[in-house]
Write a protein that binds this ligand. Structure first.
Ligand SMILES: CC(C)(COP(=O)(O)OP(=O)(O)OC[C@H]1O[C@@H](n2cnc3c(N)ncnc32)[C@H](O)[C@@H]1OP(=O)(O)O)[C@@H](O)C(=O)NCCC(=O)NCCS
Length: 217
């Protein structure tokens, strides 16, 4: 699969600022910007900056950023699922994962993340993908936002819906280990039936394996 990436840009205005939402951005372009020191939800800011530059250079990798002038204040990543994870079991070329999304605390709640999702989906090529996001409440910034687990889940749902990702059932043990966790999915309109069937099997891998075992397959 030739992963074609088409750049899009949108400017949003908050009460105080204009924020540029743009991407996919290659690592050469990312290197021209600074990465805000408060982008620490997943790892120390500089390490995360190096990680997102690495993703930008993957053939399927996409980084969409939110920036104020030359300072990156938010980002979202898309790439193939980790080879160690269940979601890479069938090595589906057209399956990508929204791996991380983060906005600095002082810019949250004004639609930056939702707009990262919207700009991501402006690229027609996204219609060729099944896009997933695995949501585990233990990754959420509950302390920083002071939101309850269920309030945070609501934020996640609204933000993901801006990009067309909706909660979908699965029997993944980690996801079903807590009711606030969930799998979010967007199936592009060019995705073929075989891929959708394979993805359904992937969502219910436990059930599928159990059935095969019972039938001696
Ligand atoms: C989750 C996160 C990315 C959301 O970013 P954001 O820019 O604040 O999101 P948005 O402003 O687009 O908000 C989406 C919706 O939730 C609402 N919302 C956001 N923060 C809220 C809050 N603290 N209280 C109530 N509602 C809130 C928004 O009003 C919006 O609702 P609307 O569609 O009705 O207008 C951000 O909180 C963050 O970076 N958290 C740390 C990292 C993380 O948890 N990432 C997700 C796991 S990968």
């Amino acid at each position: 699969m030739n992963h074609v990436k088409k750049y899009h840009k949108k400017i949003i205005t908050t009460k105080e600022d204009s924020i540029i939402i743009e991407g996919p951005v290659p690592s050469s372009e990312l290197s021209n910007y600074k990465f805000h020191e408060d982008l620490i939800a997943f790892r120390p800011a500089q390490q995360q900056f190096e990680a997102i530059k690495g993703i930008a250079d993957l053939s399927e990798g996409r980084i969409i950023i939110a920036r104020k002038d030359d300072l990156i204040v938010g980002y979202v990543t898309y790439l193939h699922p980790d080879p160690l994870e269940r979601w890479s079991t069938f090595n589906m070329e057209n399956l990508i994962e929204l791996g991380a999304i983060e906005i600095i605390p002082s810019y949250r709640g004004v639609g930056v993340a939702s707009n990262l999702l919207r700009v991501s989906m402006l690229d027609e090529f996204m219609e060729n993908y099944i896009i997933i996001s695995t949501e585990y409440y233990w990754h959420w910034d509950l302390d920083g936002t002071k939101l309850s687990i269920w309030e945070y889940r609501k934020v996640m749902e609204k933000m993901m819906a801006a990009g067309g990702l909706l909660p979908a059932p699965t029997d993944d043990p980690e996801i079903i280990s807590h009711p606030a966790n969930c799998l979010m999915v967007r199936i592009g309109k060019n995705v073929d039936e075989d891929s959708i069937k394979r993805f359904d099997t992937l969502r219910f891998l436990q059930r599928h394996r159990y059935r095969n075992m019972r039938e001696g397959i």
